[in-house]
Design a protein. Sequence first.
Length: 281
Amino acid sequence: MIFFLSAEGLPIAVKARLSGLSRSRFYYDRIQPKKDETFWEKEVRPIHEAHPFYGYKRIAKQLGVSHKRVYRCMRANGVRAKTTRRRRGKNQYSKGKPSLPNLMKDVSIDHPNQVWAGDFTHFVWKRRIYYLAAVMDICTRQIVGWHVSPCHNVDLVMEALKMALGKRSKAPMIFHSDHGSEYISDDYIAQLKAHGIAPSNAAKGKPWQNGFVESWNYRFKEEFGDPNRFHRFDALFQEMCSKVKEYNNNRIHSALKMSPDAFHLEKTLELEATRATQEAA
């Protein structure tokens, strides 16, 4: 039987009858690999190369297809989402100043501009350290403000906050951060209170209590790559602007199942519909 099944030119119907399999099984074996190869080259591979940290589920979400199909193609081509070992840096906590309470513990975050959070990280360009501060809307995961500076001081985080306040028509109820000296400085707290924002701190030694922005900082640096590929700082800065915009507009967030901007629009329309229903009642 093995001889006849392997013989070239033997009709499919005969092979199926001898093997006890349906004829469609033989067609599937021949056609499916070709379809998967085409699907990989035209659909999956471009997304994987543009977003190497995307797993098969996020790629499937972007394409609107079954995640099993994407997984099969990635496995056949020996491709997996890029992962790296995360290294936690040491935060410079302010000595002598007590922590503010963690207001996020008792809040259910369900709409935009309810809670913002801030954090900063560093990168090295041309043997010099620069700092990137970001402000995130926790509900939508949007980066609403950010700033780059060679100086590690309160102005770094203040400028990121000012950008966020300038972009949004409404200030948040709460601004959450770690216990870094920049975030609990008198000037920064005064700026928050001037806009009616309640300051909130993660406890000392518990960075996971401000994990949303810390995670974004880590992932942003990994996906941005080596800053030293740019010969001029203005080119580096413009690429950072583009990457932040791409994150907000296009990058599918694993928790949201869509981009942060799309989720913000969905939440805004949902709130407007709820408000209109309440006013009509």
